[in-house]
Design a protein around this ligand. Structure first.
Ligand code: PHE
Length: 390
């Protein structure tokens, strides 16, 4: 059974009308892959921390490490403190796992920025598991890990920065100094992880930084985004009672880096308990992952109407609800869910979707009977979304 091994803490499954956390998701919380010294996620985390520790001898910045915060945070921490507006799509229940209407599984480690700033820490790294409702394939999983970094510059960093409008701030020497420090720090981090590597900066947007950038590195003949960052928005500092200072912040995804560095082809492997995976990794070492035999996939299609004739055409189907439902039923045996057909009937206005579900175990051969059983359950459950099976 996909969920059997892990106890599901009931606090994630509160019977609150806003709660959309599935047992599958709840079973992932608390696995703490980033704290396992010889797990690829833990190895990358240590490498990053090692780099920041080495900086402290050069310029006296000591980064405090936070790695054990509760992944359940308030909407205030995750969004409001970071100036993310109430109507931002990332806050919608179709994208975020809510415990209640005001508490949720953090969608990024930035959710902890304000509390640490408020408590007076000037530089820190904050690592943890984050959760986002998303599609399912070899590079997307609804849980992953991030490392956040924050550094406030000395009080002199804002001598001329008070009372500037946005445009003036962007061009001020204070802002440019912080930006230069941010970029040099992160370029150094990439070289520490990858060896000298080609990089480029693109403008980006986050409500909590201004200006904002993304960093890409050139890997396998393509540019890959590895992190988002920027100069912390004045208002974020103000809300944390740190108006006297300015600084930078970044957030990077550990899975993305680990997949490149260890050549791990599928994001679900990070969550396996298979010894053939774990025995390949040792604390402090980056080695190339050797794929063990891949077992064959089993494909099953499911087609359904998402609205009916009587309510004429109003369609409330939320694709992420369907993805979560499939995962809750079949767990990590689901490798991929693809929309292979969709159309709207010209006369009745009814909409139909057909998805192909690929089932595959990374550890064993699946039998057709077992998957038929799961597929029947998926079909039954889909009917509870208000869809009519075809
Ligand atoms: N929290 C952002 C994300 O998850 C990344 C980020 C962190 C951007 C800090 C700017 C500053 O995409």
């Amino acid at each position: 059974p996909p969920l059997g091994k892990y106890a599901v803490p009931s606090r994630y499954l509160q019977p609150h009308p806003s709660n959309n956390i599935t047992p599958h998701i709840a079973s992932l919380v608390g696995r703490d892959l980033h704290l396992r010294p010889s797990h690829p996620i833990g190895i990358i985390r240590s490498k990053i921390q090692e780099y920041f520790a080495s900086l402290s001898t050069d310029n006296n910045t000591t980064y405090t490490i936070f790695d054990a915060e509760d992944p359940i945070v308030t909407a205030q921490q995750c969004f409001d403190d970071l100036l993310i507006p109430p109507d931002h799509p990332g806050r919608a229940p179709s994208d975020t796992y809510y415990v209640t209407d005001t508490s949720l599984l953090r969608t990024h480690t930035s959710a902890h920025q304000s509390q640490h700033l408020r408590s007076g820490v000037d530089a820190f790294l904050c690592c943890g598991d984050v959760y986002r409702r998303d599609e399912i394939d070899a590079t997307h999983y609804p849980a992953f890990h991030q490392m956040e970094g924050v550094k406030l510059m000395g009080p002199e960093s804002m001598i001329g920065a008070d009372g500037l409008n946005d445009e003036q701030w962007l061009h001020s020497p204070e802002c440019q100094l912080i930006e230069a420090d941010l970029k040099a720090t992160l370029e150094g981090l990439m070289d520490h992880l990858f060896g000298p590597t080609e990089k480029r900066w693109n403008d980006d947007f986050f409500p909590f930084t201004q200006p904002s950038y993304e960093l890409e590195i050139y890997h396998n003949d393509e540019w890959m985004e590895v992190l988002g960052c920027g100069v912390i928005h004045e208002q974020v500092l103000h809300l944390s009672n740190r108006s006297d200072r300015r600084g930078w912040a970044f957030g990077l995804g550990l899975e993305r880096l680990a997949m490149i560095l260890f050549k791990i082809p599928d994001i679900r492997l990070f969550w396996t308990e298979d010894e053939r995976f774990h025995r390949q990794f040792t604390e402090g070492q980056i080695v190339e992952f050797q794929s063990y035999s891949k077992f064959p996939p089993v494909f099953k299609d499911i087609a359904f109407w998402t609205n009916d004739e009587r309510t004429t055409n109003q369609d409330d189907f939320v694709e992420n609800d369907f993805f979560d439902l499939v995962r809750s039923t079949a767990g990590d045996l689901v490798e991929k869910i693809e929309l292979i057909d969709s159309f709207t009937h010209p006369k009745t206005g009814r909409s139909s979707r057909c998805y192909r579900i690929s089932y595959r175990s990374m550890d064993r051969n699946l039998t057709n009977e077992e998957i038929d059983g799961l597929q029947f359950k998926v079909r039954d459950e889909t009917a509870t979304l208000g869809c009519e099976l075809r």
